[in-house]
Design a protein around this ligand. Structure first.
Ligand code: HEC
Ligand code: HEC
Length: 351
């Protein structure tokens, strides 16, 4: 029996079990608002570096972009010119490299409204590469993608950190989306290869960072310096301007603790992640890819599953894996997975 088939059977068994469970009397339907309401307290051990909650009383972040909406912006390698206002993506998402992907479905490019369903490509970007504070959606199998939409809608996938406002927004969009819109987005993003953009470096000292829109940014100028890494991953865009301009050709550096890559690799072997996620964790049919993706995102998902706030039918098979691992183990596998080539060629973005 092939490994793909084995993994699919494991999922089929779980999904079947869930659908039998679903035949029991239905819970009364909750109004859509209730799904987005911040629930539960913050679980112990929550890795704040990954969730990046807003710091109360922190001064407003300094932006690398001009304040004036009429100022025209350019980025390296693109012939497109967009105003600051267009980069805000209220009517249409910024698209610096329109020739690098096929036509975007309406919901991805324009969305319906910022309240009902904001354009998917605004947060997840035109190529689906996503950003550390949301999620990469490029190269996901449509079946997996649509299952996640169902899970968000059905209250089976929320953040362990109720302060994570963009996840609460994502839940609202998934709740409001029509099936045809969800399908067109799923099919579009499935066609986009995940960009190779993260370099993972083991370090004991890392740049001091500040928060901007849920993303860590290395401090430049006043306040710049280094600090001990501790038990965390520090994932920063290499260029603040290009990050804020939503450039899809951007690169990131993920600083990880010394020894975390070897430890992560050993855990990936111990728990046979590759049996399900593919030989080099590049994805395997409907089982999602985790190679070369944001380690902050990966960490949040593993912790959400461990804390029990991500508990869709497919997450059942992940339960024993995350239960057996400590929060530090989850960090180590997130670091290691991020260092792999997203295309499945194994070790790639390390130095
Ligand atoms: C406001 C920003 C934002 C917008 C706009 C947005 N998303 Fe998301 N999306 C998120 C965040 C944040 C997450 C991560 C949720 C979590 O914490 O689990 C996410 C996760 C996802 C995932 C799960 C990815 C995975 O690997 O499991 C899918 C699928 C998805 N979004 C689809 C969509 C679609 C379709 C749209 C357009 C209707 C959309 N998103 C619009 C913020 C956004
Ligand atoms: C038995 C099969 C199986 C094994 C073994 C397994 N996974 Fe998973 N994994 C899955 C499935 C199926 C999902 C989708 C869960 C869902 O839809 O909620 C998943 C989801 C994930 C996700 C979330 C991806 C996303 O885009 O949100 C991460 C991260 C992950 N696994 C990492 C790991 C790591 C690391 C290991 C080993 C330590 C591992 N998995 C072992 C089957 C497996």
């Amino acid at each position: 029996m092939s490994r793909t088939l084995g993994a699919l059977l494991a999922i089929a068994a779980v999904v079947l079990g869930a659908s039998i469970g679903a035949q029991q009397p239905q819970q009364p339907q909750r109004p859509p608002q209730a799904a987005a309401a911040p629930p539960a307290p913050i679980p112990a051990g929550l890795p704040e570096w990954a969730y990046a909650p807003p710091v109360p009383g922190a001064p407003p972040p300094t932006s690398a972009l001009p304040a004036d909406d009429s100022v025209v912006l350019k980025i390296p390698g693109s012939l497109v010119a967009l105003t600051r206002g267009q980069v805000r993506g209220l009517l249409e998402i910024p698209d610096w490299f329109p020739n690098e992907h096929g036509p975007m479905p309406t919901i991805v490019r324009y969305g319906r409204s910022t309240e009902d369903a904001r354009a998917c490509g605004f947060c997840h970007l035109a190529d689906g590469g996503g950003r550390p504070e949301n999620a990469p959606v490029s190269g996901l199998h449509p079946a997996y993608f649509l299952q996640q939409m169902e899970d968000f809608k059905n209250g089976l996938r929320r953040s362990a950190d109720p302060r994570k406002a963009n996840t609460n927004n994502m839940i609202r969009f998934a709740t409001n989306l029509r099936p045809d819109e969800a399908r067109s987005a799923a099919e579009y993003f499935a066609q986009q290869p995940h960009p190779r953009q993260i370099t993972v470096i083991e370090r004991t000292e890392v740049p001091k960072t500040r928060l901007q829109g849920g993303m860590h940014m290395a401090i430049q100028g006043e306040g710049a310096g280094t600090e001990p890494i501790g038990e965390r991953i520090v994932e920063v865009p290499d260029d603040a301007f290009r990050a804020e301009a939503r450039d899809t050709h951007i690169s990131y550096t993920a600083y990880v603790p010394a020894g975390s890559l070897a430890a992560g690799r050993a855990l990936v072997e111990k728990y046979s992640c590759a049996v399900c996620h593919g030989r080099a964790l590049e994805g395997n049919g409907p089982i999602p890819p985790i190679a070369g993706r944001s380690p902050s995102y990966t960490m949040r998902q593993l912790f959400d599953m461990k804390a029990g706030t991500r508990k869709g039918p497919w997450s059942e098979v992940m339960k024993p894996v995350v239960q057996a691992m400590s929060v530090k183990d989850l960090m180590n596998v997130s670091a290691y997975a991020a260092s792999l080539d997203p295309g499945g060629r194994g070790a790639a973005g390390t130095r």
